[in-house]
Design a protein around this ligand. Structure first.
Ligand code: GLP
Length: 537
């Protein structure tokens, strides 16, 4: 089953309408299978618009609707015939004689079912079938059952369907308890099937569908045997949860991310370093497998430090036992799920750009101030990789004959503007000015990234000078980034971002109003969310 996840109902309706329109353009005398429900209304509205704009012509189209309540007159405003006339047939140039809906007043229902099935066969079957899905997994009115009826038949509606459909009737007692519906075989013999699902209420059933197993208690899962089905759904209905993994130096963090890009479950294991790559991957896979028993996981995304070869999907990292490790292959083999990989800083940037402070911008750069300086470049909501290593902003040179960096080069930005650099400056200043408040804070708590901010809060001039010098370096690098990328937003993350406004406010002052700077909203969760979202970009 092909899955298209749309941002919202409008996008879902338009995508579906474009598919139906292509079918009509390719085969003007095609047979469409149509569905009633609140879900396809937007699709029908789009088709009407396309018809009005002269893009499609319904004059040779034949249609068969999936189902009709029984007994119910076609004139009743709750009948499926009435619905179809109102939302589509009366608004386009379809020949009403070629539109078919089961007869909800048939005296002999067996004969009506045979007649209906016969008519579908007589025209050579449905070319493109549109389906909605009931909250209990029914399609048409094929209700959950140990034995599903294959062809058009009269069926009893389940309590849950009557409950769900009672919203359209004045009183629950008015909801018909029976219906005539195409059977599973009638539906499955369609050449193409487009299944629509929208809203949170469909998330559980869509999750079942995505497990790709077949279960007659969720009739829609039978669509998994058809070779041309596309599920078009909005984010709320897409419960194909994704597992994001953020591999760090001390722990490996796991998070299940749902269709709304929210973490619904978190877990972690300590990072084992004194072991082989196979052992560390085994322990990651074990945790994934455990989580997958609790959630309908459809893909796994991994954010890792180190160098990634995106062609071979191998990783080498100096702080971890990874040396050309085929991490993706190894995990896929163990989990039997698609696995995606990217650099951890890139994942954090993607997470922030999707669910954090960057959710309203298209282009942003994330600057992670930690042991070094990491970066992630987002262009048009996607990670920019260049040849594979773009985003290594910590290693741009800001001092041609500057300090030596661990990477082998000199003058790298991270030697001057990382948290490590701020700590170095703090130590130096405390030693040089032993009577300062900064020196006292350092003597009490040690020289960490917070010391300078604590000293400034107490009114320390030495601390202020240290931060000012540090911010000059930080601002130089950010200005370079802005000159190259002109992003809408720079997001500051990493350990130092915990200083919040005490860091952001004076930095903003140095950069001027042209640069929008914000502190990460998601903190450590950004990496997990971004990793989980690698499957969608
Ligand atoms: C009815 C129809 C189905 C439809 C379902 C969901 O039960 N028989 O064909 O898919 O409702 O409706 P909605 O799209 O309003 O959620």
């Amino acid at each position: 089953m092909r899955v298209i996840v749309c941002n919202d109902y409008e996008e879902m309706s338009l995508r579906a309408a474009k598919l139906v329109a292509s079918q009509i353009i390719l085969k003007p005398n095609c047979v469409l299978g149509l569905a009633k429900g609140s879900t396809p209304i937007g699709l029908y509205d789009n088709l009407v618009k396309m018809y009005e704009e002269g893009e499609i012509d319904f004059s040779d189209v034949t249609s068969f609707n999936l189902d009709e309540y029984y007994p119910l007159s076609p004139d009743n405003d709750q009948s499926y015939r009435y619905f179809m006339n109102k939302h589509l047939f009366d608004r386009v140039n379809i020949d009403i004689k070629r539109t078919h809906v089961p007869n909800g007043l048939a005296e002999d229902t067996d004969a009506e079912c045979l007649r209906y099935e016969g008519m579908i066969n007589a025209v050579g079957g449905v070319d493109l079938q549109i389906l909605g899905i009931g909250q209990n997994g029914h399609i048409g009115f094929n209700e959950p059952d140990a034995n599903l009826n294959t062809i058009t038949h009269l069926t009893d509606l389940t309590k849950s369907t009557i409950d769900a459909n009672s919203r359209f009737f004045e009183k629950r007692e008015d909801v018909p308890t029976k219906a005539i519906t195409m059977g599973m075989a009638s539906i499955l013999k369609s050449k193409k099937i487009v299944l629509l699902a929208s809203g949170r209420s469909k998330a559980a059933v869509v999750a079942e569908l995505l497990k790709e197993s077949i279960n007659t208690n969720v009739p829609a899962t039978l669509l998994n045997v058809h070779n041309d089905v596309v599920l078009i759904c909005d984010k709320e209905a897409y419960a194909g949860m994704s597992l994001g993994i953020d591999i760090g130096g001390t722990s490996v963090k796991f998070g299940v991310v749902d269709g709304l890009n929210e973490i619904v479950y978190k877990d972690s294991i300590p990072t084992e370093k004194n072991c082989s790559d196979a052992e560390i991957i085994d322990s990651i896979a074990d945790k994934c497998a455990e989580i997958a028993t609790k959630f309908p996981i459809s893909s796994v995304g991994v954010g890792t430090p180190g160098l990634i070869n995106y062609e071979t999907k191998t990783v080498s990292a100096s702080n971890l036992p990874f040396k050309n490790t085929p991490l993706v292959k190894m995990l896929e083999k163990k989990l039997r799920l698609p696995v995606f990989i990217n650099n951890d800083a890139n994942c954090a940037a993607l997470g922030e750009a999707t669910s954090g402070v960057g959710k309203d911008v298209k282009n942003m750069v994330m600057v992670t101030l930690g042991t070094g300086i990491g970066g992630g470049i987002i262009i048009d909501k996607k990670i920019y990789l260049g040849r594979g290593e773009a985003g290594e902003i910590g290693h741009m040179c800001i001092e041609a004959d500057g300090k030596k960096c661990a990477c082998g080069a000199v003058g790298c930005w991270e030697r001057y503007a990382s948290a490590t650099a701020l700590i170095e400056m703090t130590k130096e200043a405390a030693e040089k000015e032993p009577d300062s408040l900064l020196a006292k804070v350092v003597a009490k708590n040690g020289a960490d990234g917070k010391a300078v901010f604590e000293a400034i809060e107490k009114g320390c001039g030495v601390g202020k000078a240290v931060l000012d010098k540090y911010l000059n370096y930080l601002a130089v690098g950010i200005k370079n980034i802005v000159n190259v990328f002109s992003p809408e937003l720079i997001v500051i993350s990493g350990g130092l971002s915990e200083a919040g406004e005490a860091l952001a406010a004076p930095l903003k002052e140095k950069l001027g109003s042209n640069v929008d700077i914000q502190i990460s909203a998601l903190g450590n969760d950004a990496g997990i969310i971004g990793a989980a979202l690698l499957c969608r970009v």
